[in-house]
Design a protein around this ligand. Sequence first.
Ligand code: SF4
Length: 369
Amino acid sequence: MLTALYIHIPFCDKVCTYCDFHKEIASLNKQEKYIISLIKELELHKNEYQDLLTVYIGGGTPSSLPINLLRDLFECITSLIDVSALKEFTIETNPNDITIEVAQLFKEYRINRVSIGVQTFNETHLLFLGRTHSKKDVLTAIDNLLKCDINNISVDMIFSLINQTLEELNEDINLVVNLPIKHISYYSLILEEKTKLHYLFDQNKISMNTEDLEAIMYNRVIDKLVENGFYHYEISNFSKPGYESKHNLIYWQNKQYLGLGSGSHSLYKGKRFSNIRNVRKYSEGFSKDGYSQKEEYEVEPLREELIMGLRLMNGINITHINNKYNIDLLNMYPEINDFVSQKLLKLENDQLCFTREGLMLGNIVFSVF
Ligand code: SF4
């Protein structure tokens, strides 16, 4: 049963220094061709949407599309999918894209959750990250959404920025917890290959924070968000009660989803596959053959389920895993008991999950699977 649909928009107005997502700055013509192809791909699957619970339009920056292309896309989605039956219909945005017209458009097409890329409120860090918005843009964006009665708002934040002090982190946290929002994703800055950040690092122009400082900052984020009423439900995600990301929970619970658009991934009908990660080739596929070639790939299902499941704060159920895979997990991975003794993992009532200390050393645990 297909309950989650992901739609990828691989365009941004500007490329951020740290970002390795599939995105590009494209001409209007290229964006138009892409949306035409995406609509064709949406139509190809029109008989598979009847059980959908969540639709997530991500990127890139979907809100960077011109308003007429956004409207074309939303028109197609609402003609094929009963959006009134969706539990969650999310779009990713940049703060400076959310004008009152755009917020009204979201409302008109029943988008009920908006995720905003904020990252930090600090002007110097925003500039270094290559972001194009200011703190004021964030406040205006949220205000515009609330005026249109869209109150399920999530923001993405980053900690452990280059040269970020604990005081600066505190300022960010104090601002974000006081926003009228329901959800916060708070990730540490990662040095990704083929980014400007990596180039600067290789040139010895910047240095990343030490693991110790990163751990202090991560603990600070968790403590402050929880203190302020945000429930910590996934390694990097926090929500007001009942506002967990329903779409992302489907990924973390290793359930089926279909991805559409260039570079999107799917877990569907027992297979994992991806669309070609090239906007031009993706669009050409639809104009030449009427479809885009999908590439199948293998993952080890048990490994995937353990790693995804342990990302959730309530972890995995041992009996469920044992029955599903016909294994004895604790026998198969005796290291789990070692991690429990070292207080990195906690095993209670058949439920295995990270301790606070273990969260800081997640990679050591994951490397065993
Ligand atoms: S706006 Fe988002 S997707 Fe685009 S470059 Fe920046 S971080 Fe990456």
